[in-house]
Design a protein around this ligand. Structure first.
Ligand code: 5GP
Ligand code: MN
Length: 341
């Protein structure tokens, strides 16, 4: 299969770095999603087969629907094993940063990450900002997991992709591409997915493991949100979803329960932007999704300490949730006017 990274200028450097490195650490972003986990676990498995000692470290534990991934049980998470995570980063010859592109996205691991010996970036988000010895940033890639396959092909190491690795990487591509429906899905994505199937990834099983494992409480919370907590701004083509602390308490919220809720807004006729506000103990988490040429990452980067992709981004806000939603509503009309449909 052809690789999108064969001609990358940092490829020889990565080859040399890997030749010198024995201990590798892989780190991914806070609240790891399917692509963060899939790309990290997939790459870790191959690096081990290449003879490296590899530890995956996470700023916090993954949600239950990702804990079945091959190798997930061997990850260290800083919310339960902070010192071991710090040690893994300090002792690593090389730290590979997957699916994020700014140190602050590593949450509590930001400082040890900044102090690590050498960082390599492999990521597909907008506007990378990290001190690295080699950087592979492809904002056109639908998933970091797709980039990992490209990188392994370019390094001549793709033969190490076994069934477990294929399962991890397929999961990352499937989740970040919205099950192959977002505009980031390309013929190359399908070729990479085909290769992963040939190596043992089973799409229906992976899809069911990730998507059909919701609790009854989550289903009811979703229904409640759509019925009672959704504002439709028909004239603006926007949906605003808001879940407050008391809503979460009522439905026994567990982290991960609201995964994908923001996408529901976009499935309504005439809607091109969906916003989701989630009240967490320490902050208000904001998720935005959009269709077509309506960017959402810049809005969050400029006003809500966030970022991400053109059509999918996240951010945060401190203070009362109603004030946070109002601030967003105040910014919305001008942003939409600047990007007409
Ligand atoms: P989500 O809305 O699912 O949390 O995130 C959507 C996309 O934006 C993901 O690719 C995620 O990595 C990125 N993202 C989420 N939250 C933040 C944030 O606070 N800062 C930045 N830079 N990116 C974020
Ligand atoms: Mn990703």
């Amino acid at each position: 299969m052809s690789s999108a990274l064969t001609e990358h200028p940092d490829l020889p450097r990565l080859r040399a770095l890997l030749a010198d490195a024995h201990r590798c650490a892989i780190v991914t972003h806070y609240n790891p999603d399917g692509d963060a986990m899939g790309s990290s676990l997939g790459l870790s498995r191959v690096l081990r087969r290449m003879g490296h000692a590899v530890q995956v470290v996470l700023p916090n534990a993954p949600p239950p629907f990702l804990r079945w991934l091959p190798g997930a049980e061997e990850c260290l998470a800083a919310d339960t094993a902070a010192e071991a995570c710090q040690r893994a980063l300090a002792e690593a010859d090389l730290v590979l940063c997957l699916d994020f592109n700014r140190p602050d996205r590593a949450g509590v691991l930001e400082k040890p990450l900044r102090e690590a010996r050498q960082r390599v970036l492999i990521d597909h988000h907008q506007r990378p900002d990290m001190d690295t010895v080699a950087a592979f940033s492809d904002t056109s890639a639908c998933a970091t997991s797709q980039m990992v396959v490209d990188l392994l092909e370019a390094l001549g190491q793709a033969h190490h992709i076994d069934e477990g690795t294929a399962t991890c990487l397929y999961t990352g591509i499937m989740t970040d591409s919205g099950s192959f429906r977002f505009s980031s899905t390309t013929p190359h994505t399908m070729r990479v997915a085909a290769l992963l199937m040939e190596r043992g990834a089973v799409p229906d099983r992976i899809h069911a493991a990730v998507m059909d494992d919701h609790s009854e409480q989550r289903m009811r919370l979703m229904g409640y949100m759509l019925a009672e907590r959704m504002t439709v701004l028909h004239d603006l083509g926007c949906v605003v979803l808001v879940l407050r602390r008391e809503d979460l308490q009522r439905f026994g919220f567990k982290p991960g329960d609201t995964e994908g809720f923001v996408n529901l807004g976009l499935s309504m006729r005439g809607i091109r932007l969906s916003a989701f506000f989630l009240e967490r103990p320490d902050r208000i988490k904001i998720s935005l999704r959009s269709k077509g040429a309506l960017p959402v990452d810049r809005l969050l980067a400029d006003h809500f300490e966030g970022g991400g992709h053109v059509n999918a981004a996240g951010g945060q806000c401190s203070g009362p949730i109603d004030a946070c939603v109002q601030r967003f509503m105040d910014l919305l009309p001008a942003h939409l006017r600047a990007h007409p449909a």
